[in-house]
Design a protein around this ligand. Structure first.
Ligand code: FAD
Ligand code: UDP
Length: 393
């Protein structure tokens, strides 16, 4: 592999990297090399057929596509159709099952009586007032302010501590902001305008995105083993962890990783839903994924099913970093790396790992489309790529 032959080197074949590669190749006719240290494309959205059950599984945990962005939704339709799948999640706590995110059914079940929206609101407000935190600075205060103490203790506290191994008071309020609270019986996990599963799986999307003859794909290659080949006039789009890029000079950013324990069962249905969360602190896993439920339209007729139990822990340097923890200390370290980035004009950092931001798939794609339009086209126009110069105006 000669990196010097390419206009752009993309590090990472996840959604951010694949979108950039596809745009540069198809819109500008640029020559792109995509590297990934894993042996497969797709980053964390990678899907594959489990050989023992024949069911398509998501190796890095259940991925549901959802977005409000017309631009991202129509961009992805170039590479896939979507099914009408709507995600619904349940949480087991103290031997009972609750609908998640918290809605009127959850509140009624937790308080042991049927409630109107007004009664539910009053019950929550009473508990939130008793707690007294108005300016919700951290996850615990924000959660109690929005769902009250009963629901917090039952469904959030144990789950969050297990998932983050950090006291909820130390976590950013933003994390819980991802979960809506509804005073209706609407039990959909996501409220976005568009939602669905790619009809023939996530990996098929990446295969099509990276099929352009201007794209050369090299899997099982770590960028740092070949970085010395990069010339200063080449553009590098790096979607790996920022702290690793800078050899941890400003310190290590906190990440959480997850381990999945795979089980194949000789039953047609193990749990009746794609995802069931486990809130109790004594249960060591946070959730159980059963992938067959993501595609009810498929003919998975064999009496076998694959499940993954998900266990959460801090990531060491050799683990896959999945979720930025983002404490105040992390933000100070990130600030240091941002200053260092500014000194590398031929480098673009992006994606979840490269920006140290919890991005959903649609956000990673949306950010890549913007980066392509705003930064990459200008960079290549300056280097006299005619199509880029025309696009940059
Ligand atoms: P990634 O997919 O992480 O890709 C980065 C790639 O860079 C990786 O393949 C990595 O191997 C490669 N790389 C890193 N360093 C190097 C190096 N030095 N050399 C070569 N290659 C390198 N989003 C949703 O929208 N819906 C969901 O339901 C959802 N569920 C999720 C569940 C879990 C458990 C997790 C972890 C994430 C979930 N996400 C979900 C988020 C989704 O995975 C991300 O939005 C998406 O993967 C981001 O794409 P990316 O390209 O930024 O990063
Ligand atoms: N959460 C919880 N109980 C649940 C589900 C979620 O307490 O049953 C909290 C938890 O703090 C989690 C946050 O809500 O980190 C966001 O949930 P989400 O499902 O978005 O988590 P992710 O997709 O990040 O794993």
């Amino acid at each position: 592999m000669q990196l010097g032959d390419f206009d752009v080197v993309v590090v990472g074949a996840g959604f951010f990297g694949a979108t950039i590669a596809e745009r540069v190749a198809s819109q500008l006719g640029g020559k792109v090399c995509v590297l990934d240290r894993r042996p497969h494309i797709g980053g964390n959205a990678y899907s594959e057929v489990d050989p023992d059950s024949g069911i398509e599984v998501h190796r890095y945990g259940t991925h549901i596509f959802h977005t409000n962005s017309e631009a991202v939704w129509s961009y992805l339709h170039r590479f896939t159709e979507f099914t009408g799948y709507r995600h619904r999640v349940f949480t087991v706590a103290q031997g009972r099952l609750y609908s998640m995110p918290i809605n009127l059914a959850t509140i009624s079940a937790a308080f042991g009586r049927v409630m109107t929206p007004q009664e539910a609101q009053a019950a929550i407000a009473k508990e939130a007032d008793a707690h007294g935190a108005t300016a919700a600075q951290n996850l615990e205060d924000k959660a109690i302010a929005s769902v009250g103490r009963t629901l917090y203790d039952l469904l959030i506290r144990g789950y969050t501590r297990k998932q983050w191994q950090t006291e909820p008071r130390e976590l950013s309020a933003e994390i819980i902001g991802r979960l809506p609270v509804r005073l209706t019986f609407d039990d959909r996990y996501f409220a976005d305008r568009y939602e669905g599963m790619p009809a023939d799986g996530y990996t098929a999307i990446f295969r099509r995105m990276l099929a352009d003859p201007n794209i050369a794909l090299h899997l099982g290659v770590d960028y740092f083993d070949v970085a010395d080949q990069i010339r200063p006039d080449q553009l590098v789009v790096y979607t790996g962890p920022i702290d690793r890029f800078f050899r941890y000079r400003c310190g290590e950013l906190g990440w959480r990783t997850v381990d999945f324990a795979r089980e194949v069962h000789d039953v047609a249905d193990f749990q009746g839903a794609a995802v069931i969360n486990y809130a109790d602190a004594e249960v060591p896993f946070t959730r159980v994924h059963e992938f067959r439920h993501l595609h009810p339209e498929r003919d998975y007729s064999q009496p076998k099913t694959t499940i993954y139990r998900e266990y959460s822990r801090f990531a060491g340097r050799d683990d896959e970093p999945y979720y930025p923890i983002n404490t105040a200390a992390d933000r100070a370290i990130l600030h240091g790396y941002r200053s260092m980035m500014a000194k590398h004009p031929n480098l673009v950092f992006g994606g979840r790992l490269g920006s140290y931001k919890y991005l959903d798939m649609h956000q990673a794609i949306g950010a890549a489309l913007k980066t392509f339009e705003n930064e990459i086209t200008a960079f290549l126009a300056e280097r006299k790529m005619p199509a880029a110069a025309a696009m940059a105006g």
